[in-house]
Structure formats: structure tokens, C-alpha cells
Design a protein around this ligand. Structure first.
Ligand SMILES: NC(=O)c1ccc[n+]([C@@H]2O[C@H](COP(=O)([O-])OP(=O)(O)OC[C@H]3O[C@@H](n4cnc5c(N)ncnc54)[C@H](O)[C@@H]3O)[C@@H](O)[C@H]2O)c1
Ligand SMILES: N[C@H](CO)Cc1c[nH]c[nH+]1
Ligand SMILES: [Zn+2]
Length: 439
């Protein structure tokens, strides 16, 4: 099988060629996707459930009478799913919960001047909507990556949407995973239409304040669209087609590197995987291993399609590799090099980092404890992956005693005067004068 993955020498390319090399595949037909998604959102807003049924017929080829998963379906899922899978889910949930709990933001209380107390408290987002992809494969792991932090944040209303199975049901492992996270409101609906339903509500699907979760280019575009609408919903981040960038030195095992690249390539034809290495021998060995390993995968056709957008790049040294990686800002970065931790400080943009030969990206996808819902498309330059704080609002509080106001009020009055905002100034001075009179 020809995976079609070309090898490029970074230092033999001009800036335009380098930009092409680092371009994301899904953005090339973005306008078409955006227009299609806008039409879907407008239809769902206008006609609710009846449009959701029509779109599910069109895009998923399924006739759905009731989107809501019944108690009977949850019970059947519990019976069908083998213990081995339940045990692995439970172990993954334990580790994800352990890490996410430890990483929760603490409340803050600081006295910034005598009698002036500033605080930060946290409150859960009331109504959250979780999207669990299931186009090419149902991803129960995404249900726990979203369900665990939602539960730790104590969100009162959690709904989950996921595309229907071919027989009009819901993937049983997704249901078991959802139930283990305390989620009972699950709807069989996928794609941009699911995002529109959670953002604006329909007869069946409740409107949510914030929508979480990854998905294909349609899902991601829909999230971006509803986030811009004041009547829509906030979103966690644009978490689109999966990406991995591997930086390898000459100590790297080419079989490991190829396996890591294919693990993300198999997600979808628009996944993107990159290798940066100063070792020509590693590049050649990985190219050969990719061909051989890809042919063995049940999803070889998908992985092969993704490899068309993928890059094997020869670089001058590891410092140059880190600089290119920061520019690309990958969803996942694997540092398969001799002393990986010594390079960590050089990395400024990545969704999640995997250090050393024994840290495959797959463990982050399932069960190491970190979250796998991460920014793609280069959004890792400014966005972070999902955490408990994604499900919370941080609210600041301040409380001043009379002495506190006397201590800082004059500064506020001076700055208000400087901005020509006399109303602001008066709100302070009227109190200071009262205190003086009563002194
Ligand atoms: N960034 C992350 O954190 C992260 C995590 C997990 C998965 N992912 C990515 O999520 C994606 C999952 O994609 P998927 O397709 O398997 O599942 P999906 O659930 O995102 O999308 C499937 C839905 O897309 C809709 N659809 C299909 N064709 C359409 C069309 N032509 N027009 C409009 N809508 C259409 C259908 O309604 C279908 O239900 C993959 O790209 C994977 O790489 C990303
Ligand atoms: N790699 C995906 C995020 O890009 C997450 C995932 C789920 N299942 C397997 N992988
Ligand atoms: Zn994955």
C-alpha cells in the first residue's frame, strides 16, 4: 500500500512552501463547510425536532422517532457491555477523576489593603451539553473525558448528544460510560444539528449554556457559529480533527513513532500527523514502518487518506523541531527523544505533551488521567484542553470596611477624575465624606 506520505527537508524550503507544509487540511474547504453548517443551524432554529429528524435521515441514514435514550436502553446497555470493558472504564474514570480533582482551581481570598478583602469563588455552569462523536467510531472515552469534570464541577443539568447507531440505537458503551458519570439525559443525534439543538433548544433537547466536546469539521464549525450568537451557547474550544506531532531523535524506535502517527491518522481522513526529526535514518525507517503498519489496520483506508495530509520533515536539530512545533501548535506533541524533560521548557504551545518513548499518545486518549478534549487547528496557541474549570465560572468578590474604603478610596477617586467619570468619583467621595462627618 502506498501511504503517499512525502518526506520534506525543512531547510531546503522557502517560507511559502513551509506554510503549505504546516497548513491544516480541514481548513481548505472551510467555506463550503461553514455555509452548510449555517444552513443546518438556521433550519434547526426554525423547525426544531422535525428538522432534526430530517437531517438525521439525510446525514446518518436513520429514522429516529424519539431522540431521548430511555431507561430501558440504559438497562440493556448495562447488560450487554462486557465486564472487561466496564472495569477498564472504571479504572480510567478513577485516574481521570484523581488528576482533574487535583488540578481544580482553589478559591482565593487576599487582603489587598487593611480592610479590603478580594476573593475568587467558583460556581458551576448550570446547563451543559456534551457532544460525543460517533461518526466513524463511537468514542465512549469522550463521554468520560467530559462527564468526569462536569460531575466534579457539580453542574446541575448535563445532557449528552451522540450520533445514532445504524439500527437507530445508541452505542451501549457510551451509555454505560455516561451512566457512570451520572448522566441520564442522552440524545441520539449527531453532527452540526446536535450542536444547534443544544445551543438553541428543541422540543426534546434542552437549551444549554455551554457546549463541550470534539467532533468532525461540521461539529467544530457549528460550535464556532453558535458561540458567536448572543442567543446561542458558549463553547469549550474548537476541538476538531485529531492531530499529533512527534519530535524524534536518532534514539527513537521507528516502529513506535509510526504506531503513534497511525493512532491519530486512523481517527478520520482529515486527521493530520507530523514527524520532525534531525535523523534521516529515522525518517526513512518511519516511512517504511508507516506503510507496513498502516496496511495491517482495519481502518487502513481512513489512515491512508489522513496520511496524504501528513508530513515527515527533516530538521536541522531538536531546537528547530521545537520552534516549528510551537508555530504549528499541535493538539498532541510526543517528545520521543533521549532526555525529553530537558526539552519541555522549550515548548510553548501544545494541547497535551507526551514525554519519552514509553508515553504513547493513546494513554492520554483513554486513561492516564489527563483530558483528551484538546484544541486543534493551531488553537493550542491560545486555548487549553478541557478541565474542571471549563465547567465553572470564576466570580470575584470584594468587601471593604470603612477603614478599607478610607485606605483605597482616594486612589479610586483620583483615577475616576483622570478619566472624567465624575459619577464614579462621587460614589466614593460621598462615602468618604460621610465617614469624615461621623468621625
Ligand atoms: N480534538 C479532540 O479533542 C478530539 C477528540 C476526539 C475525537 N476528535 C475528532 O472527532 C472527529 C469525529 O468525527 P466523526 O465524523 O467520526 O464523528 P462526529 O460525531 O463528529 O460526526 C458525525 C456526524 O456528522 C454528520 N455529518 C456527516 N456527514 C455530513 C455532511 N456531509 N454534512 C453535514 N453533516 C454531516 C452526521 O450527522 C454524523 O452524525 C474526528 O475527526 C476525530 O479526529 C477530536
Ligand atoms: N485522539 C482523540 C483526540 O484527538 C481522542 C480519542 C478518543 N478515542 C481515541 N482517541
Ligand atoms: Zn485518539
Amino acid at each position: 500500500m502506498n501511504t503517499g506520505t512525502g518526506i520534506s527537508d525543512w531547510n531546503a524550503l522557502d517560507d511559502a512552501q513551509r506554510a503549505v507544509l504546516l497548513a491544516r487540511p480541514a481548513l481548505s474547504n472551510n467555506e463550503e463547510i461553514r455555509d452548510a453548517v449555517r444552513r443546518i443551524i438556521a433550519q434547526v432554529r426554525a423547525d426544531g425536532d422535525s428538522t432534526l429528524r430530517a437531517l438525521t435521515r439525510r446525514f446518518d441514514g436513520i429514522e429516529i422517532a424519539d431522540f431521548a435514550v430511555s431507561a430501558g436502553e440504559f438497562a440493556a446497555a448495562e447488560r450487554i457491555v462486557p465486564d472487561e470493558i466496564k472495569d477498564a472504564l472504571d479504572a480510567a474514570i478513577r485516574r481521570i477523576e484523581q488528576f482533574h480533582r487535583a488540578a481544580m482551581l482553589a478559591d482565593v481570598r487576599v487582603e489587598t489593603a487593611p480592610g479590603v478583602v478580594c476573593e475568587r469563588v467558583q460556581r458551576p455552569i448550570e446547563k451543559v451539553g456534551l457532544y460525543v462523536p460517533a461518526g466513524t467510531a463511537p468514542l465512549p472515552s469522550t463521554a468520560i473525558m467530559l462527564g468526569v469534570p462536569a460531575r466534579l464541577a457539580l453542574c446541575p443539568q448535563v445532557v449528552l448528544c451522540t450520533p445514532p447507531t445504524r439500527d437507530g440505537g445508541c452505542d451501549p458503551v457510551v451509555l454505560v460510560a455516561a451512566a457512570r458519570c451520572g448522566i441520564r439525559h442522552v440524545y441520539k443525534i449527531g453532527g452540526a444539528q446536535a450542536i444547534a439543538a443544544m445551543a438553541f433548544g428543541s422540543e426534546t433537547i434542552p437549551k444549554c449554556d455551554k457546549i463541550f466536546g470534539p467532533g468532525n469539521a461540521y461539529v467544530t464549525q457549528a460550535k464556532l457559529e453558535v458561540a458567536q450568537d448572543p442567543l446561542g451557547a458558549a463553547i469549550d474550544m474548537p476541538a476538531g480533527p485529531s492531530e499529533v506531532l512527534v519530535i524524534a531523535d536518532d534514539s527513537a524506535n521507528a516502529e513506535f513513532v509510526a504506531a503513534d502517527l497511525l493512532a491519530q491518522a486512523e481517527h478520520g481522513p482529515d486527521s493530520q500527523v507530523l514527524l520532525l526529526t534531525p535523523s534521516r535514518a529515522v525518517l526513512d525507517a518511519v516511512a517504511t514502518a508507516l506503510e507496513r503498519q498502516c496496511a495491517l489496520l482495519p481502518r487502513a483506508a481512513i489512515a491512508t487518506a489522513a496520511l496524504q495530509y501528513s508530513r515527515l520533515i527533516l530538521v536541522k536539530d531538536l531546537a528547530q523541531a521545537c520552534a516549528i512545533s510551537n508555530k504549528y501548535a499541535p493538539e498532541h506533541l510526543i517528545l520521543n527523544v533521549r532526555e525529553p524533560r530537558s526539552w519541555l521548557a522549550k515548548i510553548s504551545s501544545a494541547g497535551s505533551i507526551f514525554l519519552g518513548a514509553w508515553s504513547p499518545e493513546s494513554v492520554g486518549d483513554y486513561c492516564s488521567g489527563t483530558n483528551h478534549v484538546l484544541p486543534t487547528y493551531g488553537y493550542a496557541r491560545a486555548w487549553s484542553g478541557v478541565s474542571v474549570s471549563s465547567f465553572q465560572k470564576q466570580i470575584t468578590v470584594q468587601e471593604l470596611s470603612p477603614a478599607g474604603l478610607q485606605a483605597i478610596g482616594p486612589d479610586a477617586a483620583t483615577l475616576a477624575r483622570c478619566e472624567g467619570l465624575n459619577g464614579h468619583e462621587r460614589a466614593v467621595t460621598v462615602r468618604l465624606q460621610t465617614l469624615e462627618k461621623n468621625a
